[in-house]
Write a protein that binds this ligand. Structure first.
Ligand SMILES: *[C@@H]1O[C@H](CO)[C@@H](O)[C@H](O)[C@H]1NC(C)=O
Ligand SMILES: *[C@@H]1O[C@H](CO)[C@@H](O)[C@H](O)[C@H]1NC(C)=O
Length: 399
C-alpha cells in the first residue's frame, strides 16, 4: 500500500515507539531487504501461508507481529534474545562464557530461528498445519531481525533496557536507542537523492511507500551493492563441519556439497532441539551472531557507563536481571539517588562513529540477506538457483 504523504508523515511517530524490540522500522527494513532477494515462487508460497493477497504481499507487514503477541504469548518473550551468564560489556564479551547461557535451555533467539525453520520445513514436507506454519513464519521473520540487534545478544542490564542515557534532548535507554532512535535519526538524515527510485526493479518492488524507503535505498546503494558486495557470501556461510568438501558451508555453498548429506545433518540437528553450539552447517545463527555480539564491547556499550559519574546507578543483582530477561514491559528500576547525570550519546564520538562506519545499516542488511537465504532454503527448490553460483540461495537483483 502506498501511503498518502500525510499518513506517511504520521508514521514518524511509530519510528520512536515504546520499548519494543528493534522498533517497528528495524524489523520492517530487515523484511523489506529480504523480500528483494527471495525467489518469486518462494514469495508466492509465503503469501499463501500468511494469507496476504499477492498484489499486496510484503513480508514487512508481519515483521512486528511477534512483538504485538508478546503479552498474549508470554512464553515467547525469551525467544527474542539471548544472554550469556558471564557477559558484561563493555569489558567482557562472553558468547557464552564458561557458565553458558542464561535462561532455559534452547529458549532464546538463536534456537528460535532454528525451531521456526524446522517447523516450516515440516510444513513443506506436509508434516505440520497451515496455522503452525503461519505462526512460525511470522516468528522467523521477526527473530532474524532481533538476532541482528546486538543488544539482543547480551543479558547485561536487560540488554541495556535498564541503562538510562540521553540522545540529543531525549531521555531514553541504551536498548531503545538501538531499537529505534538511531534508526529514526538515520531515516531523518538520508540524502535527498534517495527519494528517487533506483534502477533495480526488485528493490523498488519491495518498497511500500513508507517513510524509510529512502533509507532502504541508501542501505542498498551504498552498502549492499557497493561496500559490502563482496561480503554477502561470507554473511551466508557457516563453518564447514567434518564433511569432505572443498567449498564453503552455509546457505551459499550447500549446492557445492553433497546435498543429501548436508540436509540430513541439519535435520538431525534441528530435530533434537539441542544446545546452541554447534550450529548446523547450513543454518548457523550462533556463528552469524558472534561478530555482532562483539560490537557490544567494541562500540555499542559505552565504557563511560562504568566510570564516574555515570556508573552510579541502581544495579539489580545479576540473578535478578537474568530472571527479568529483556522484558520491556517491566518497570525500569528507579534510581535511588535522585537526579543522576546521564551520558549523552548523540555525539561525534558515539552516534557519529556509528553513522560513519554504517554499523546500523550493515546490521539491517545482514539481517535481510540472511532472512532471504533462510526463506529460500526452506521454500525454493534447489533447481531454481544455479548450482554453485555466487550468492546461491539469493535471487539476483538485476534479474
Ligand atoms: C519450538 O516450537 C514449538 C511449537 O511452537 C514449541 O512447542 C517449542 O517449545 C519450541 N522450542 C524452542 C526451543 O523454542
Ligand atoms: C546520493 O548522493 C550521495 C552523496 O551525497 C552519493 O554518494 C550517492 O551515490 C548518491 N546516490 C545515488 C543513488 O545517486
Amino acid at each position: 500500500m502506498r501511503f498518502p504523504p500525510v499518513v506517511a508523515f504520521g508514521t514518524l511517530a511509530y519510528l520512536v515507539p515504546s520499548t519494543y524490540a528493534w522498533g517497528a522500522a528495524g524489523h520492517e527494513i530487515v523484511a523489506t531487504i529480504a523480500q528483494m532477494y527471495v525467489h518469486p515462487r518462494a514469495l508466492e508460497t509465503m503469501c499463501d501461508i500468511l494469507d496476504l493477497p499477492s498484489n499486496n504481499c510484503y513480508l514487512a507487514r508481519v515483521a512486528t507481529w511477534a512483538d504485538q503477541q508478546r503479552m498474549r504469548m508470554r512464553w515467547s518473550g525469551p525467544l527474542h534474545y539471548v544472554g550469556a551468564l558471564d557477559d558484561h560489556p563493555s569489558d567482557t564479551c562472553a558468547f557464552p562464557g564458561s557458565r553458558g547461557w542464561a535462561g532455559n535451555r534452547g529458549i532464546n533467539v538463536l534456537d528460535g530461528v532454528k525451531n521456526t525453520t524446522s517447523l516450516l520445513q515440516d510444513w513443506v514436507n506436509h508434516e505440520s498445519s497451515d496455522d503452525v506454519a503461519s505462526e512460525a513464519l511470522k516468528f522467523l521473520i521477526h527473530f532474524v531481525g532481533d538476532m541482528h540487534q546486538p543488544l539482543h545478544l547480551t543479558g547485561r542490564d536487560r540488554g541495556g533496557n535498564s541503562v538510562k542515557v540521553l540522545f540529543d534532548r531525549r531521555h531514553t535507554n541504551l536498548h531503545s536507542l538501538w531499537d529505534s532512535l538511531l534508526i529514526a535519526k538515520a531515516v531523518r538524515t538520508v540524502p535527498r537523492n534517495y527519494s528517487q527510485p533506483l534502477p533495480y526493479p526488485r528493490i523498488e518492488a519491495a518498497l511500500r511507500g513508507t517513510i524509510y524507503d529512502s533509507y532502504v535505498r541508501r542501505i542498498m546503494w551504498e552498502g549492499v551493492l557497493n561496500s559490502w558486495d563482496d561480503d554477502l557470501e561470507e554473511w551466508l556461510s557457516c563453518p564447514v563441519p567434518d564433511v569432505p568438501t572443498t567449498s564453503p558451508g552455509g546457505l551459499l555453498g550447500m549446492w557445492n556439497m553433497a546435498y543429501s548429506t548436508t540436509t540430513k545433518l541439519v535435520q538431525a540437528f534441528l530435530r533434537d532441539g539441542v544446545e546452541i553450539s554447534p550450529d548446523g552447517p547450513i543454518l548457523c545463527p550462533y556463528h552469524w551472531s558472534q561478530p555482532n555480539h562483539q560490537l557490544n564491547c567494541e562500540i555499542i556499550w559505552p565504557k563511560e557507563l562504568d566510570e564516574p559519574p555515570f556508573n552510579v546507578r541502581f544495579d539489580s543483582s545479576d540473578e535478578e536481571e537474568l530472571a527479568h530477561g529483556h522484558d520491556d514491559d517491566l518497570e525500569d528500576p528507579e534510581p535511588m539517588l535522585g537526579e543522576l547525570p546521564l551520558l549523552q550519546l548523540d555525539t561525534p564520538q558515539y552516534s557519529g562513529v556509528i553513522a560513519r562506519r554504517m554499523i546500523l545499516e550493515k546490521l539491517l542488511a545482514q539481517g535481510g540477506i540472511r532472512l532471504a537465504g533462510i526463506l529460500n532454503y526452506i521454500f525454493a527448490d534447489e533447481d531454481e538457483f544455479e548450482r554453485g553460483q555466487r550468492g546461491a540461495f539469493l535471487t539476483k537483483l538485476d534479474d
